[in-house]
Design a binder for this molecule. Sequence first.
Ligand code: ATP
Ligand code: MG
Length: 479
Amino acid sequence: MNTFRNKIIFIFSALSILLVGLLILSFERLVITQMYKQIGEEIRNEINLYETALRDIDENSFQDFISHTRDLISKMGYSIYFVSKNNRILININGEEENYLVKPDAFKLVSSQSSGRFFYEVIKSKESGERLFVVRKRVSDFQNNHYLKEVNQIVFISNLNRLDKFSKDLRTQILLYGLLIFILGLLAIRYLSRIFSDPIVQFIEYLKDYRQNGYTKKLELNRKDEFKFLADSINQLIEKIEEDFNALRKLEKYRSEFLGNVSHELRTPLFTIQSLLETLTEGAIDDPAVNKTYLVKAQENLERLNRLLNDLIDISYIESKKLRMSFRYFEIRGLIEKVVEDLRLLANQKKINLQFIPDDSIIELAFGDKERLYQVLYNLVDNAIRHNPEGTNVKIYFMKVDSKIRIFVEDNGIGIPEEDLPRIFERFYRVDKERSREAGGTGLGLAIAKHIVEAHESKIFVESQVNKGTKFYFDLNCA
Ligand code: ATP
Ligand code: MG
């Protein structure tokens, strides 16, 4: 697989091989070449020394010199020969490499070089593969010493075994250390790539899972570095996406629910009107016992339809934030009196004791949209009348609280169960569906009231206890 880790390992391996190769090459070039040079120089000096020392030496001293040199030479690992013009060995000082001189065909020339009277050669035994380093110097100054007269060349032969072994050892050592570093490097990469690629793999797995199965869990990462930060960010992002998504789903659900509710609410009064009119046209119109009642009922349903449509228009304005308000100072007492007046008939019909207790000490004007506030108060009082049984007392009053006017609509009726309280301001929400619909409600009144009060930068509150009663109140700014 073309993973992050594999790429690093590949690059690292290539670099390691290159590095070890370069190291070996440069060692060969620098160290080994240097050593050749040094050996060459050493031998050259040696030969020069010999030449000078032997130029005028007498025969006895020469024998001394030879025996003395023999010891030295064996320690230094050279073979030294004095050779005649026709390649015959005249003197061998402890030499063991004379094969080259005797049987030159058994060797292969590897490289050769000459400078002045010196010849340098590297040769290789065809048989054993051993390499020899041969340095010759042509000499001509031994004419005075009759015993050295025939000497034409001094030849130093050095076996390169040791050097070759050294260079081989060096190479194996570099390779070995290279291998060690390589293995350590691989381990380090394994460790490092775990640090880097494990969380990335985790991210990929998580996102794959998220794409396939949706949001099921948070991305957990057991570390404290930048990856943790990244994981947190991913979590936050996904949470935000989920939130938006849920809101969208909710909106979608709400929309279809709303549509269902609306059609349902419209259908009931329409059907009632339709069947009433049908009954009337089919003959009931001539029956004085029912004809008037039927018409009145049809009218009531039309009114309900009208109210419903008005509420729906309000709701749609509120939803699209197009509800226009016109704020003015007005007398709160007059407004409440009008609401009470308009609902007096209904209250009497339902035998509800409707009572407005004005506080004459409050002379301030309230500030708000009078028409819309009429709607709010109408609905609150209307609710208190409609949703409560005969004999219930409904009280409306207001008072100054801080610098505001607080208006109360209070009844001692059936109350609202605690679990329903937070929901009664939702659209179409009714505590007891059947009873509320019979009471003529669609469940839009409080939703509209809440919006209107909030548009006055205020809040509507409710306190209620089952069988004890309900109290709604809200504040208005005042002059
Ligand atoms: P609409 O006002 O649209 O004609 P509604 O009166 O049913 O219909 P809301 O005014 O929103 O709707 O009231 C919601 C529900 O809250 C009512 O259906 C009723 O169950 C409950 N409710 C409201 N006021 C009272 C009250 N004073 N006493 C008992 N229950 C109430
Ligand atoms: Mg209502």
